[in-house]
Design a protein around this ligand. Structure first.
Ligand SMILES: Cc1cc2nc3c(=O)[nH]c(=O)nc-3n(C[C@H](O)[C@H](O)[C@H](O)COP(=O)(O)OP(=O)(O)OC[C@H]3O[C@@H](n4cnc5c(N)ncnc54)[C@H](O)[C@@H]3O)c2cc1C
Length: 550
């Protein structure tokens, strides 16, 4: 797996384009005042980066080389820069401008659990810092070493631990190494007729270990569960030895150690392996599009669906702002598409009483046997209809499914054009969802007004639970002077609105350093005391990814 760009998302040579989306340029110009045909910014040249020399004592280097072999100990400048940060917008803005982090002194790639253990032992003997690295897709500042860190910093890249080791077909459990990337995991399982079913938007560039360490969620979590539900057993190299939790379906062994590792962001140890639930690849899988008169109707429909006996794999409803953005992202429509779309709009306006500006696009996923999909489609369709939902077929769902892993490239596209675009996500109860939504939209718009920038904020509900749902906000604005400072104002306003309205600081993007400010409000002061005790007790020398979460 080649590394991602040092300055942006994804592989070198791949980028987001507006050329095939005729409505996008006018949409962006109208909403945030950006002319997408004009690039106004570019990352500095790699040759011009002020990369410091590695501070790697010779005896530590020799010890690491002895553990993993010389070829897997790298002080290559590009390697070190790629491993210095993740891909939050803050990371992207600073990387592009040449404002480098406390760059790791060395990147080590162990090829087995024994080598991970040896690497950690060598690091502890040398009083070095160890930061586990999966795909480097962190969006919350979970990978950057503290700026003033004086000890040697070792980035431990798990990419060589990439195999499905064993499948227990009776229990539908797979033993999987933690460094496997999403596509390679699905490829190995798929060859045996199984799927893991975890599809975050960062799927292509993130790993099983990273998903576990950040409590990730995927597009189909409604059916397969969040990563916290899917991971049954763990093997973790810790400063006091090998931590092993048994892959039993349930246990009553005091506070859950498995849950402590979930979301620990590399602060308790290095996850080498997990036993995870897998399922047979469903014979049929489809995502249908629906239109609702308003976002409130869409939310009420999802609430009813969550309370019902029906089982779906995806629930997603965009608000009117995001629906308009989705329509603007359509690739070159044919004449037939245009006619159909005009006819649909006329039908919705005149026959169904829709206000087209308030209309919301939703996706519901169904999977399983042919019979299951057919019966669920029918039953869920009736339920959605009671809230004004109108099925518009599988076309929009197919397009969304195909394009979802390309969307992350849009942040770099906007940065090239002097605009910031980013996301913040949260979860709350069904009772508080609408109030939270209104508060966040108001907070973001107030932040744009305070900064005197043209901004746009939009939202979708992305995962439904019995008690509530995840709301996922996307915002963009044209920077006026200092993009990073302006971004911090908008991001903080949104995060503050989350915790002020009883919601969580993040549903699946983790805490890292970027959300740490809101942790105490979210989990209460004794919660922070407990976390500190956990981290300090497990890692008294603070060698493991210090400064994250609390
Ligand atoms: C554009 C974009 C879209 C995203 N979409 C989603 C989404 O849909 N759903 C979602 O949940 N997240 C999403 N994310 C966030 C990110 O992809 C997740 O947090 C992901 O789980 C990180 O995995 P990774 O392998 O890239 O880990 P990294 O970024 O490499 O590391 C993240 C944290 O995990 C720790 N870690 C990594 N591997 C290990 C290990 N083996 N042992 C111990 N600690 C380890 C690291 O030390 C760090 O603290 C998105 C991010 C971006 C930038």
């Amino acid at each position: 797996m080649p590394a991602m760009k040092w300055w942006g998302w994804g592989f070198e040579g791949l980028e987001f384009s507006h050329d095939d989306k005729p409505d996008l340029a006018p949409f962006i110009a109208q909403k945030i005042g950006v002319d997408v045909r004009r690039k106004v910014s570019a990352p500095v040249r790699f040759e011009d980066l002020p990369i410091p020399d590695p501070r790697l004592p010779a005896d530590l280097r020799a010890a690491l080389e002895q553990v993993v072999g010389e070829e897997f100990v790298s002080v290559d400048p590009l390697d070190r820069v790629v491993h210095a940060r993740g891909k939050s917008l803050r990371d992207l803005i600073r990387q592009r401008s040449g404002d480098l982090a406390r760059t790791p002194d060395v990147v080590v790639r162990p090829g087995s659990e024994e080598e991970v253990t040896g690497t950690l032992e060598a690091a502890l003997r040398a009083d070095a810092v160890v930061i586990a690295f999966g795909g480097g897709s962190s969006i919350s500042g979970s990978l950057e070493a503290p700026a003033a860190e004086a000890r040697p910093v070792i980035s431990v890249d798990l990419e060589r631990l990439d195999r499905v080791l064993e499948i227990d077909s009776a229990s539908r459990l797979a033993r999987v190494q933690a460094g496997v990337f999403g596509p390679h995991l699905e490829e190995q399982l798929g060859a045996l007729g199984y799927t893991f079913g975890h599809f975050p938007d960062s799927f292509t560039h993130s790993t099983l270990g990273g998903w576990i360490a950040t409590r990730s969620s995927g597009m189909q979590s409604d059916r397969y569960g969040d990563i916290a539900d899917m991971v049954k057993g763990l093997r973790v190299v810790t400063p006091s030895g090998m931590l092993v939790t048994r892959p039993v379906p349930a246990t009553s062994t005091g506070p859950s150690v498995r849950q402590m590792v979930l979301g620990s962001e590399g602060r308790l140890g290095i996850i080498t392996e997990a036993t995870v639930q897998v399922r047979r690849i469903p014979p049929q899988r489809t995502i249908l599009g629906y239109l609702f008169p308003t976002f409130a109707d869409g939310l009420a429909a999802m609430q009813d669906l969550a309370a019902s006996e029906y089982s779906v794999s995806v629930t997603r409803v965009s608000d009117a702002h995001e629906t308009q953005f989705s329509f603007a992202m359509r690739v070159e429509p044919t004449l037939l598409d245009k006619l159909q779309s005009a006819a649909l709009k006329a039908y919705l306006r005149h026959r169904r009483g829709f206000d087209i500006d308030q209309m919301c696009l939703a996706f519901i996923g169904y999977e399983g046997s042919e019979h299951h999909v057919a019966t669920q489609r029918r039953a869920v369709g009736k339920l959605l209809k009671r809230h004004g939902g109108l099925c518009v077929g599988s076309g929009p769902g197919v397009l969304y499914d195909q394009k979802k892993f390309d969307i992350p490239y849009i942040r770099d596209f906007l940065l090239d054009r002097g605009a910031a675009g980013d996301v913040s996500e949260t979860a709350t109860t069904w009772s508080d969802l609408q109030t939270l939504y209104d508060a966040v939209i108001t907070a973001a718009q107030a932040a744009f007004a305070q900064l005197r920038v043209m901004g746009y904020v939009m939202c979708h509900l992305s995962h439904s639970y019995h008690a509530g749902a995840c709301l996922y906000f996307t915002f963009a604005f044209k920077a006026s002077r200092d993009m990073l400072a302006e971004y911090e104002v908008v991001k903080a306003a949104i995060q503050q609105a989350f915790v002020d309205n009883g919601a969580t600081l993040s549903h699946h993007h983790a805490v890292g350093t970027e959300h740490a400010e809101w942790l105490e409000e979210d989990i209460s002061p004794p919660g922070v005391v407990m976390l500190n005790a956990l981290f300090d007790g497990t890692d008294p020398g603070r060698h493991l990814n210090p400064g994250k979460i609390v």
